[in-house]
Design a protein around this ligand. Structure first.
Ligand SMILES: *[C@@H]1O[C@H](CO)[C@@H](O)[C@H](O)[C@H]1NC(C)=O
Ligand SMILES: *[C@@H]1O[C@H](CO)[C@@H](O)[C@H](O)[C@H]1NC(C)=O
Length: 397
């Protein structure tokens, strides 16, 4: 109905027809604001209430929960956090209504979040589904009592108020839980996996997955080429007063540099809950942050189908080896590393997509084997070619 009302002219009609096609592929579900958010002072950066989406599973899956933590980098200064209050990453007021479908919101439920088995051929398709929206800029670690410049750093309280409400919604009876997240949301999963698990002592199977968030602490032997996340994490932990929310097993070791515990690689040792790491060795976001010039060059290579300059390719290959080096060596950790030049896959069209598979195994298959059947998974694309997983093309120098 809304479509018909909005499409007055031919041009608009065309656009709307295209949107309709897109809309049928993704679903939208309303936002839920936790009841106790205000009372607990759990608020987004701008002081608005935090939010999540909930979709009820089928009757036979009433005790199975798929939880997804939204990503969206971090804000590391007052200025950056202020800018975030103008969008959904810092304010639920901007978790926008869809103009064509009033009552629907901006988050696209793709990949493993899609309820249509045609797009999500996995066991999780009919589970209870929760998407925890991200509006604190600190991967749910911020803990500052008083607002600063009208900004609220309350990631910790948001985590607490949402998990509390979910427990009362039936999560406390869960038999199987899969806690997942992409990008900064994957870092949130790494930080909170054990804490979340402790809330559910009776859950038979509780496992975590991080998608596109295994950002590594790069070795600075080539300072011109390689920067990284260290300064970002240092600033975030200081601005948001995050140290208390970082896993102690890690902060004890890091002493005066607790912010290093935002790096998943330093969390793995002390982590008790089984974790699955899904990552590209050429993750677009990691390459952009750590090797910006190479990122620009690789983008051009893929767009224009030209060869990469040899020094750039050598640098990227070196980076790939650093990533492989930083992976944990623990049988309970599932590992799936492809060479796709992209960023995250489970909540995108790359989920269960042959173009992103490793050794002819789909991500969905590897995850299912690991999650349900306890199979050890250690799948790493042995080739070093950079892959354009959209066209399935390979690039080297
Ligand atoms: C920072 O966090 C600690 C807990 O880790 C808390 O005791 C302290 O009050 C917080 N500081 C501010 C300024 O809110
Ligand atoms: C790459 O990083 C720069 C900052 O260094 C940022 O402005 C830009 O949006 C990023 N591009 C992508 C595609 O992520």
């Amino acid at each position: 109905m809304a479509i018909a009302q909005n499409c007055h002219q031919w041009l608009t009609l065309l656009v709307c027809a295209a949107l309709l096609v897109l809309q049928t592929k993704a679903n939208f579900y309303p936002l839920i604001f936790p009841e106790k958010a205000k009372a607990m002072g759990a608020v987004c950066l701008d002081g608005s209430p935090p939010a999540y989406h909930f979709v009820e599973g089928t009757v036979e899956n009433k005790d199975n929960w798929l939880i997804y933590m939204e990503g969206g980098a971090w804000c590391e200064s007052i200025e950056e956090c202020k800018l975030r209050t103008l969008e959904h990453k810092g304010s639920s007021k901007h978790m926008m209504m869809n103009p064509f479908f009033p009552g629907d919101y901006d988050f696209g439920f793709y990949g493993i979040l899609n309820r249509d088995p045609a797009y999500n051929p996995s066991e999780f398709v009919n589970w209870n589904l929760v998407v925890i929206r991200y509006c604190d800029g600190s991967s749910f670690t911020g803990d500052v009592e008083e607002p600063v410049d009208n900004l609220y750093f309350r990631g910790k309280r948001i985590f607490n108020v949402i998990t509390d409400e979910l427990l009362n919604k039936g999560l406390k009876n869960a038999k199987q839980v899969f806690l997942t997240g992409g990008s900064a949301g994957a870092v949130s999963v790494a930080l909170h996996c054990d804490r979340f698990r402790k809330l559910l002592p009776n859950t038979r199977r509780f496992k975590c997955l991080m998608d596109g968030g295994y950002f590594i602490h790069v070795k600075k032997d080539n300072p011109k080429q390689v920067e990284g996340f260290e300064l970002t994490f240092k600033n975030v932990v200081s601005l948001h007063n995050s140290t208390g929310m970082l896993p102690q097993t890690c902060t004890q070791k890091m002493k005066d540099k607790p912010y290093l515990c935002m790096f998943p690689q330093y969390l793995m040792d002390g982590m008790k809950t089984p974790m699955f790491i899904l990552m590209s060795s050429y993750d677009k976001h990691q390459i952009n942050i750590s090797m910006h010039e190479s990122f620009v060059a690789a983008n051009r290579t893929i767009r224009e189908h030209v060869q990469l300059a040899t020094p750039i390719y050598e640098g990227l290959k070196g980076f790939r080896l650093q990533l492989l080096d930083a992976l944990p060596n623990k049988p309970s950790v599932g590992i799936f590393i492809n060479n796709c030049f992209f960023h995250t896959e489970i909540a995108t069209g790359y989920w269960a997509n042959p173009n992103s598979q490793v050794n002819n195994v789909l991500d969905s298959k590897a995850i299912s084997d690991w999650y349900f059947y306890g199979k050890e998974v250690n799948l790493i694309d042995k080739s070093e070619f950079i892959k354009d997983c959209y066209t399935n093309g390979y690039y080297s120098s």
